[in-house]
Ligand binder design. Structure first.
Ligand SMILES: Cc1cc2nc3c(=O)[nH]c(=O)nc-3n(C[C@H](O)[C@H](O)[C@H](O)COP(=O)(O)OP(=O)(O)OC[C@H]3O[C@@H](n4cnc5c(N)ncnc54)[C@H](O)[C@@H]3O)c2cc1C
Length: 104
């Protein structure tokens, strides 16, 4: 893995986004990692949600794969929840959030 860049921003805080961040760390990336998600929650397990709809009477709580604190402490990942990535300026290496703020 090329580790010459010191910042990784992952858009989409689902399972794939989480695995991307974890894999970057496993591969030796030591720069900062930001995980941007449109939902307020950190990555959570979706299949039990549909199972609870099919199985009458089964109560389901949303199970996150990692808490915001675990993301930060164990993976060194900053989680930006409730934020929508709205544009990518590739040449300028900036990502626009919510049509107003830019991450470099
Ligand atoms: C209710 C439900 C039940 C399911 N049940 C099963 C099952 O029983 N078995 C099974 O195999 N699979 C199931 N799935 C599918 C499984 O959950 C998906 O395969 C898995 O979630 C895919 O993960 P992902 O990270 O690729 O995408 P997603 O889980 O879709 O995550 C993508 C995330 O990116 C965010 N995002 C997208 N665009 C932006 C943006 N521009 N800016 C910021 N954030 C953005 C979205 O809000 C979302 O949180 C289910 C899915 C749902 C919704």
């Amino acid at each position: 893995m090329n580790t010459s860049h010191d910042r990784l921003v992952v858009v989409g805080a689902g399972l794939a986004g989480l695995r991307a961040a974890e894999t970057a760390r496993l591969a030796g990336f030591t720069g900062s990692i930001t995980l941007v998600g449109a939902e307020e929650l950190p990555p959570y397990d979706r299949p039990p949600l549909s199972e609870s709809v099919l199985a009458v009477g089964v109560k389901t709580t949303v199970q996150t794969f990692r808490t915001v604190e675990q993301l930060s402490r164990k993976l060194g990942v900053e989680f930006l929840g409730g934020r929508q990535a709205t544009a990518l300026q590739f040449a300028r290496r900036t990502l626009e959030l919510d049509e107003r703020e830019s991450l470099c």
